[in-house]
Design a protein around this ligand. Structure first.
Ligand code: FAD
Ligand code: DLZ
Ligand code: SF4
Length: 512
């Protein structure tokens, strides 16, 4: 009897645990394009095209390595539209008596997998997701007994354990663990994104683009131009291009934002890492080598490694530590519906419109735009976390719940009350004006808080602090801002709060 080994659309790595030890003559590897996964949230068109094309290329690669592969295309006759339906069909066709999978990236699918032994009356082996550096149980052990978790301490342990940027005496290279303060320069005048690679579209990709055009044209986002890498070798080329040409500037300008420049010095590798085309340890090793051979400064290499070895592993740990309750948290009781301009980009807030345009056109915007523009606005305006999280999960090509949820619900919205972040990432227009050139092109004035042309972020920022004083004033990191707020006269406070009310009303009626 044989086994059916289900590989999900974000598990496209030959080193994935479920593929190890398969009997190539009898066991069947199943990859299936199913409507359920493409529409449980209505993913961006580029994201669907990227995943389907990468899945089809991966299936060809597996066949060339001698695996017996069953690939079900979305339009194949008989496609049941669900993973469960496709596993059922494969079990029956190949008379298999065992299912093999790797831990999925989303809690809902883990529950589905666990229900299969009962449903199918056979066993299921759920192997660990070895594409991550830190095992889920290892993270749980690290977290256990700690009153408060902080990424920085987790990151230091990972640096030590995997010996990244360490001196032989066990001290961090450069004498510091973290060069974050050197990574916050505002953009220079005329700064533009370096040239990026675009990959020649294979017949497989062209066929997928046609399918997505036909079947998902009513989903958010522009399908073309389509520049994504869809194989491991293409993804490695992009990574090498980033390391050789772009990493040296990554450090200093990580937080900068420029109109018309979605990428700047970011690596654009998250979609590849999250789909299995790249592995985190190989990425970190290349960055360390660039530093050791004098090709990249320490603040760039450390900053980049911290994102992957630190943040990426940490958010995954937080997700699995707190699910399933995590997704329902709403510490600040935020209830407003998501404004229409998160889809249409039709707003006079230039920064938000620009971030939404980048997102619509590329299924990408960089971290600071996600956090300090669309995230910050949703936080200040009190938008319902469930709606915001759904938006983030569907619009970005790198989004899966394990990474999207802690970043959005925790880091951007503070809806977990401080599990992810030690204080809300709330900021006024002053921050956006400093870190971007957006305000120069905006209808609103970042230097004004009250009045017709005042930047909406300003009054919303103070109103946010005032609204949530009962919950936030104990936070030492906000003490300075509360002291400043209390120094304002009652008249000034009332004027600012009225301005915020008017802004929210304009938002609700589509006039912002
Ligand atoms: P770079 O800036 O070049 O960073 C290098 C790599 O570090 C990334 O590729 C990514 O793998 C990793 N990384 C950096 N920051 C984080 C982080 N906070 N969490 C996890 N990994 C990180 N990232 C996702 O991969 N998927 C998401 O769905 C996602 N949603 C986000 C939602 C919000 C509200 C915020 C604030 C951040 C989110 N992030 C998400 C994290 C981060 O914004 C993206 O990883 C990054 O923008 C991807 O672009 P890049 O590859 O050019 O990253
Ligand atoms: C995102 C996605 C999409 C759009 N389509 C599929 C699919 O048709 N088949 C599949 O196996 N996986 C797909 N995926 C990725 C899954 O949604 C992802 O594996 C889960 O969300 C777990 O992270
Ligand atoms: Fe955004 Fe305010 Fe600047 Fe306009 S003025 S771009 S709304 S921060």
């Amino acid at each position: 009897m044989s086994a059916v080994c289900l590989i999900l659309g974000d598990q496209l790595s030959k080193s994935i645990s479920s593929l190890q030890g398969l009997d190539k003559a009898n066991d069947v590897v199943l990859l299936c394009e199913v409507l359920e996964e493409a529409t449980y949230v209505r993913h961006h068109q580029k994201k669907i095209a990227f995943i389907f094309s990468a899945m089809r290329h991966f299936s060809e690669e597996l066949k060339s390595h001698g695996f017996l592969v069953r690939y079900v295309k979305l339009d194949d006759p008989g496609n049941t539209g669900s993973l469960e339906g496709e596993v059922r069909r494969a079990l029956s066709k190949f008379k298999a008596n065992r299912i093999i999978v790797t831990e999925p990236g989303e809690y809902r699918l883990l529950q589905t997998f666990k229900s299969w032994p009962n449903k199918f009356g056979i066993t299921i082996d759920i192997g660990p997701d070895t594409r991550f550096i830190c095992d889920i149980d290892e993270f749980k052990r690290w977290a256990s007994g700690k009153k408060q978790l902080r990424m920085e301490y987790f990151y230091r342990e990972m640096r030590n354990k995997y010996n990244f940027l360490m001196e032989p005496n066990g001290k961090p290279v450069g004498g510091k663990w973290n060069f974050d303060k050197e990574n916050r320069k505002p953009p220079l005048r005329g700064m533009a994104s370096p040239k990026r690679l675009s990959h020649k579209k294979s017949p497989i990709t062209l066929e997928v683009l046609k399918l997505v055009r036909e079947r998902f044209h009513d989903h958010f986002g522009a399908l073309e131009p389509f520049h994504f890498a869809v194989t491991q070798s293409q993804a490695l080329k992009e990574l090498q291009h980033f390391i050789d040409e772009i990493l040296p500037q990554f450090g200093e300008y990580q937080d900068a934002m420029v109109a018309g420049e979605p990428y700047l010095y970011h690596s654009l590798i998250s979609s590849y890492l999250n789909a299995g085309l790249l592995l985190p340890l190989e990425v970190c090793s290349l960055a360390e080598t660039a530093y050791r051979s004098g090709k990249a400064p320490l603040n760039a290499a450390e900053g980049f490694i911290r994102q992957i070895l630190g943040w990426r592993e940490y958010v995954r740990g937080i997700y699995w530590l707190h699910m399933p309750d995590y997704g329902q948290l709403n510490y600040l009781d935020a209830k407003r519906p998501l404004p229409e301009f998160y889809w249409s980009a039709q707003t006079r807030l230039f920064c938000v419109a620009e971030a939404v345009r980048h997102t619509r056109d590329h299924a990408y915007s960089h971290h600071i735009q996600r956090l300090m523009i669309t995230g910050n606005f949703a936080l200040l305006a009190g938008i319902n976390p469930v709606e915001v999280c759904e938006w983030y999960l569907l619009v970005y090509s790198d989004a899966y719940e394990w990474v999207e949820l802690p970043n959005t619900l925790g880091m951007a919205l503070f809806a977990d009350g401080g599990i992810m972040a030690s204080k809300p990432y709330a900021a006024s227009g002053k921050y956006i004006n400093r870190m971007s050139n957006f305000c120069q092109q905006c209808h609103y004035d970042p230097l004004q808080t009250v009045g017709d042309n005042a930047c909406p972020f300003n009054a919303l920022y103070w109103d946010f602090l005032a609204r949530h004083e009962d919950k936030l004033q104990v936070n030492q990191r906000l003490a300075y801002m509360y002291a400043y707020w209390h120094k304002q006269s009652t008249e000034q406070q009332l004027a600012i709060r009225k301005q915020a009310d008017d802004t929210l009303q304009k938002m609700d009626t589509g006039n912002l």
